[in-house]
Design a protein around this ligand. Structure first.
Ligand code: 8YV
Length: 325
């Protein structure tokens, strides 16, 4: 804070629910972006430079240049669990705190992961388009969009953090065999609770009927899922991505889907979002969603509330509940 007994200056870089903004305004001097405009890096930098704290979403990249230009900045609080938009080494070097919003979105995001998995395997959106296009002339046993089963199939979860585990628990209800791959193995108790078996990446790719990506996006896993990985999948398998678009090589995915080398995909996150590659848009065997895995009102409110709590704690010199190391 620039001066004692003065309200801290906080930037809220994107629109938030007005009542939550009003609550924050009672304790802070807030510059907000209720028009929800997409600011350039220069605009974010200019808005951040006199602030004590900033609240951003996963869409705002915060880099070393912005931190250098903001001498009072103590904390950047992300309204997201993923924080690949924050240049963490730059934060560490400058001792600016960074926080995220885990836990409050776990169950909602896992629900959506399962929704997308079901919609993809059961061809829900494709069938609806087929119906709307007037193809449903008669009931037919065979001449109808035939799908892949979920129940008792093998689910491969890549990234077994909180959301991956919540998906595994849901899969048990469908009698699925759950396999997972993660940087580190879960404890025996957690594996038991999730009914999940640890396998290597190759086994997961080759043996899964459905694969879901839930791992964090890091420079190491950029385009981790490319032609080679897609080629290892069963031609009857589906791929769901609710992690980050950059993990999948989208052109390789589009090609595999077009050539029916895998059955279908469900994609909630895109490398250049909100832009979606035309190669994906023109395919039928893909379910596309506009990054909505955490998008229920209750959860989005909880994420904002937690981001505000983190931000105020950091400015007050306390350890924020979700401090990233
Ligand atoms: C966010 C997400 O809504 O939490 C995350 O990492 O991807 C979503 O829940 C999105 O990133 C906006 O910040």
């Amino acid at each position: 804070m620039s001066q004692a007994n003065k309200k801290p200056k906080i930037l809220v870089a994107r629109a938030i629910f007005p009542d939550l903004l009003a609550k924050l305004e009672q304790v802070a001097e807030v510059q907000s972006n209720q028009a929800d405009a997409i600011w350039s890096s220069a605009e974010i930098k200019a808005a951040m430079m006199d602030k004590d704290g900033a609240i951003v979403t996963g869409s705002e990249k915060v880099d070393a240049d912005m931190l250098d230009a903001s001498p009072n900045l103590k904390i950047v609080s992300n309204i997201a669990v993923g924080y690949n938009n924050l240049d963490m080494p730059a934060f560490k070097a400058r001792q600016v705190m960074a926080t995220n919003t885990p836990d409050v979105l776990t169950e909602t995001t896992a629900d959506f992961g399962f929704t997308l998995l079901m919609a993809t395997a059961r061809r829900v959106t494709e069938s609806e388009h087929w119906l709307r296009a007037g193809h449903w002339k008669k009931f037919s046993i065979c001449d109808t969009p035939l799908a892949m089963d979920i129940h008792h199939s093998t689910l491969g979860i890549m990234g077994m953090g909180r959301i991956g585990q919540a998906i595994a628990r849901r899969a048990l209800g469908f009698g699925m065999k759950v396999r997972y791959y993660n940087r580190s193995r879960l404890s025996t108790e957690l594996e038991k609770e999730c009914g999940a078996t640890y396998v290597d990446r190759e086994t997961l790719l080759k043996e899964s009927d459905h694969i879901i990506l839930v791992m964090p996006y890091t420079p190491e896993n950029h385009h981790l899922f490319g032609e080679k990985e897609l080629a290892m999948m069963k031609p009857t398998a589906t791929l769901v991505n609710i992690a980050r678009g950059g993990i999948v090589d989208e052109l390789a995915l589009a090609k595999a889907l077009k050539e029916k080398r895998i059955f279908a995909a469900g994609i909630d996150v895109f490398e250049g979002e909100p832009a979606v590659r035309p190669e994906l848009l023109e395919l039928k065997n893909i379910v596309l969603a506009p990054h909505i895995a955490s998008a229920t009102e209750k959860t989005r409110r909880a994420m904002i509330e937690l981001a505000i709590e983190n931000c105020l704690a950091g400015i007050a010199g306390k350890t924020p509940p979700n401090l990233l190391s």
